[in-house]
Design a protein around this ligand. Structure first.
Ligand code: F6P
Length: 322
């Protein structure tokens, strides 16, 4: 690789707090190396864009980005190796990406993403593209990484909901099931469940048995929640269930039967299934809450700001060092 003059930065996959701080760190440090940075819109979709629209980034432009959640560049789940064409077939359009990288005069890419976005980056690097990856996902499920951007903020968000679910559950006397994202990884459910001191935490890594859950509830709550009134027993239970958790003899619950360009189904619904089964198979009342996308919403936590700034700044150094 010759001297690097211009970096393209993109953010792909599910948005996560910490991405904008990473871009700020990248732009600030790159400016010290005399390297120009341009923002590419909506993940890999940008490099299939026939109009080649980009956003020039300098210190003034990104000065306030450290406090912004989501991604100011936009995101998508585009897979250039499996993109839908007009006929509805999935085709390999990676050669267009390579051509656009040339056309935009990008000497290197900084790619912020999870397993899918960085998987595309790895395949492009095999084709000769200079790439630095910044790990990002609230799922914290990237191999060989201690940290992924977005996890800490999502942990904060979910823990807050667990905390707030106690008062309705305790006042009414029911079992509150809280369904947490994470796809096939239980990190977010486990950490938030421990931080929020949930009564029970169900994660994909350990298939569960309904009978054991019921037995646990019986031991905690007695035969009827809240009776006798002066009993020292808790009047409620909070169960955190990861969206990818499944019973030993059960299947993964998905929102529908569609799959994205990377072959993923959208997980969701196990919380409601569990709450209904508790209501029909035990004496207890139950409610479920599926936290959904707001889990990854809001301003980045201090950890995600610091990690983002550091990842961005190191990415600029890595590019400058070829
Ligand atoms: O990978 C991040 C994540 O939030 C997962 O936890 C979740 O399963 C998935 O994205 C949801 O996908 P989408 O954002 O496409 O609805």
């Amino acid at each position: 690789m010759g001297e690097v003059k211009r970096i393209g930065v993109l953010t792909g996959g599910g948005d996560a707090p910490g991405l904008n701080p990473a871009i700020k760190g990248l732009v600030y440090r790159a400016s010290e190396h005399g390297i120009e940075v341009v923002g590419l819109y909506d993940g890999w979709r940008s490099l299939l864009d026939p109009l080649n629209e980009t956003l020039p980034l300098d210190r003034g432009k990104v000065r306030r980005w450290d406090r912004d959640g989501g991604t100011n560049l936009g995101s998508s789940r585009t897979n250039p190796f499996r993109t839908l064409n007009r006929e509805g077939e999935r085709v390999d359009r990676s050669s267009e990406v390579l051509a656009n990288i040339e056309k935009l005069k990008l000497d290197a890419l900084v790619v912020c993403g999870g397993e899918d976005t960085l998987g595309v980056a790895a395949r492009l690097s095999e084709k000769g593209v200079a790439v630095v990856g910044i790990p990002k996902t609230i799922d914290k499920d990237l191999a060989c990484k201690d940290y992924t951007l977005g996890f800490d903020t999502a942990l904060r968000n979910v823990t807050e909901v667990i905390e707030r679910s106690r008062t309705p559950a305790g006042s009414h006397g029911w079992v509150q099931v809280i369904e947490v994202m994470g796809r096939h990884a239980g990190h977010l459910a486990l950490w938030s469940g421990v931080a929020g001191q949930a009564d029970l935490i169900l994660i994909p890594e350990h298939p569960f048995r309904y009978e054991k859950i019921y037995q646990h509830l019986r031991e905690r709550l007695g035969d009827t929640i809240g009776y006798p009134r002066d009993s020292a027993r808790p009047r409620y239970s909070v169960i955190v269930v990861a969206e990818g958790a499944a019973a030993e003899d059960g299947e993964l619950i998905t929102v529908d039967d569609r799959h994205d360009a990377f072959g993923h189904a959208r997980l969701g619904g196990i919380g409601e299934v569990l709450a209904r089964r508790i209501m029909s198979e035990t004496p207890y009342d139950a409610r479920s809450a599926m936290l959904g996308h707001p889990q990854r919403g809001g301003t980045p936590s201090p950890i995600d700001r610091i990690m983002g700034l550091m990842f961005g700044s190191y990415a600029a150094d890595a590019v400058a060092a070829n």
